[in-house]
Design a protein around this ligand. Sequence first.
Ligand SMILES: Nc1ncnc2c1ncn2[C@@H]1O[C@H](COP(=O)(O)OP(=O)(O)OP(=O)(O)O)[C@@H](O)[C@H]1O
Length: 314
Amino acid sequence: MITLQGLTKRYGDHTAVADLSLTIPGGRVTGFLGPNGAGKSTTMRMIMGLDRPSAGSALVNGKAYGELRHPLREIGALLDAKALHPGRSARSHLKALALSNGIPVRRVDEVLDTVGLSAVAGRRAGSFSLGMSQRLGIAGALLGDPAIVMFDEPVNGLDPDGVRWIRGLMRGLAEEGRTVFVSSHLMSEMQLTADQLIIIGKGRLIRETSVQQLIGSSSLNAVRARGPETESLRRLQARLTEWQVPVRWESANELFISGLTVDKVSDLAYELGVRLHEVRTVEASLEQAYMELTADSVEYGSPASRPARAVYGE
Ligand SMILES: Nc1ncnc2c1ncn2[C@@H]1O[C@H](COP(=O)(O)OP(=O)(O)OP(=O)(O)O)[C@@H](O)[C@H]1O
């Protein structure tokens, strides 16, 4: 378990992480999300003892990282895939890590196999592609068979096969009861991999939520009603507007209706004599729900990245 208590990091007069108090338990994948510069890497670095908190604490199984006797046997992390000795082979890099952490050297070949690098174990790590370096970093994180793993942007540089592999790996580690804490900007991946989400912006906690709860709270969830007659759809729209139900036209033959069930919309259409060819629920994606939630916390946004807000009630 990872426990953050009032964790704060200031660089001069800039607060990178502000008073974060959280518990990240085992048995699930916890996604760590936030716009660029939100403070994710800084938080992870403090958990790994690489940065000193300005205030508060980050504890690994109840202890500060520096107090852990064999840290790699308690927490394994991939923070920066290129942070390794470029002249060493993958195998000798892992061997050095194993020896300094009291880990049996036979684990080296096991983890090389797990991450699919056995065939290139003798090659200089400096010659590795970004995806291969990511895999080597993950091998290092798994070396001590730790109960906690933490990955900063682990799919960065991985090919589609690698992305699927790491998704399965993280799910498998969580199913074994381990704590899996992972940052990512890839919402589609997080939607498939994470159970719980911690979302921060400008160093502060914005929301701790499950993936399903966050998606469920999006204003973009709607019932899509499609019919062949625009005129009769207008009658449906007029009644919904009377009821103050948010409704918008998606095209001349489609309405998107918020806050009502499919049953309710079908019954109303029947009552008003509106012909429909399709009535179904449309669920927001995690990306849409996330963009809505973090719209005010984006420090380095581009116009194109602004959220697709629904314009209802036309
Ligand atoms: N060593 C440092 N000195 C000064 N400022 C820093 C330092 N490290 C991080 N920061 C600042 O702290 C803030 C948080 O940075 P951090 O890298 O933790 O964000 P992040 O959420 O990981 O961002 P990204 O998604 O872009 O990787 C940023 O404003 C960054 O410029």
